[in-house]
Design a protein around this ligand. Structure first.
Ligand SMILES: Nc1ncnc2c1ncn2[C@@H]1O[C@H](COP(=O)(O)OP(=O)(O)OP(=O)(O)O)[C@@H](O)[C@H]1O
Ligand SMILES: [Mg+2]
Length: 313
């Protein structure tokens, strides 16, 4: 069984790498052969989060074709069962990442043989970020309780949706229809999808049904990180309910991860937080999220990688 989990969130600094690194350690500690991949193209730092100073090889070697296979750049970590593909160290490689190079990477990821593969994504909604959601079976969004971060998660969800929709509606007349629609919906209003589906239904009920099913197959999970005592405890629940209602998608809230000043201390000392401070509220929160990942994985069939899904540009 192979489970690919993409960890994203629209805003930089929300804690994607912190969550990814610590989830990797927890899954590995539970005996799961786990691979972390740093696909934050341009801002790779996941290695530091798990205490590796200088990765010997990285995605740069794959992108520049110095190695043939992603297996050649997998490095072991100090944690048994945990492996890492470090992010590109040479930002020039990434700045010039061509479509073919990205496709080569996207096609190679699902072929890797690990029980869990965690993709630590960069911030933002560029194709170089959101296309990694297309090869994942679960999308885990990390937000902070701040409105700016929440807004960016919705923006990201919308971008992922539109990417899927463009793929489903790949005939010229439907592309024209979608472009016209998007001109009228430039903001991040929540009800845009319901509106789109009803317009599409009037035009072609069969296509509208296929699209609804495709969108509902996306498996979204949400974490509120850096949660402080004064923040609403039910914020994530509220966001998930709104997303389900207005975007007609499956989204579950997986819990709050408490803010702790010692996260900073752990990162500065290059010791993973979960190892340095295992008896803290934040560590307990992280373990609960790991439980949710494993439970979901048990309930899910192995991800069937469809080659044709990758023809989305
Ligand atoms: N639960 C937490 N409690 C306290 N501080 C935290 C917590 N989570 C993350 N941080 C702080 O936020 C910083 C940013 O975290 P991280 O690097 O994981 O964010 P990111 O979303 O990966 O950012 P980027 O988009 O730049 O890659 C960390 O260096 C840490 O200091
Ligand atoms: Mg990061």
């Amino acid at each position: 069984m192979r489970h690919i989990l993409a960890v994203g969130g629209g805003k930089g600094g929300s804690g994607k790498s912190f969550i990814s690194g610590n989830m990797g350690i927890l899954l590995a500690a539970r005996g799961k052969r786990t691979l972390l991949i740093d696909v934050d193209l341009g801002g790779a730092n996941l290695h530091t989060m798990i205490g590796i100073s200088y990765p010997r090889v990285s995605l740069s070697d794959f992108i520049s074709k110095d190695v043939e296979s992603l297996d050649d750049i997998v490095i072991p970590t100090a944690v048994p069962n945990l492996f890492l593909i470090s992010g590109a160290q040479n930002s020039l490689d990434i700045a010039n990442l061509h479509y073919q190079q990205k496709m080569r990477l996207l096609k190679a990821i699902p072929k890797l043989s690990f029980e869990y593969i965690i993709l630590d994504l960069g911030a933002g909604t560029s194709f170089n970020t959101i296309d990694f959601f297309m090869v994942s079976n679960y999308c885990l969004f990390v937000t902070t309780p701040e409105p700016t971060s929440i807004e960016n998660v919705y923006r990201l969800i919308r971008a992922i949706y539109l990417r899927k929709i463009k793929y489903v509606l790949n005939e010229d007349d439907f592309k024209a229809f979608l472009d016209g629609f998007l001109d009228r919906h430039k903001g991040i209003k929540l009800d845009f999808l319901a509106d789109l589906l009803s317009m599409l239904h009037r035009k072609d009920p069969e296509k509208a049904m296929i699209m609804k099913q495709t969108l509902q197959s996306l498996n979204f999970k949400l974490i509120v990180n850096q949660h402080r005592k004064q923040d609403r405890p039910d914020l994530g629940q509220l966001m998930a309910t709104l997303a389900r209602k207005h975007l007609a998608l499956k989204m579950d809230f997986w819990g709050n991860v408490s803010f702790d000043d010692r996260v900073h201390t752990a990162i500065c000392s290059k010791v993973p937080f979960i190892q340095k401070y295992p008896y803290t509220r934040t560590a307990t929160d992280l373990r609960e999220i790991c439980d949710s990942i494993m439970l979901l994985a048990e309930q899910t069939e192995e991800f069937q990688y469809a080659q044709q899904e990758l023809q989305f540009e």
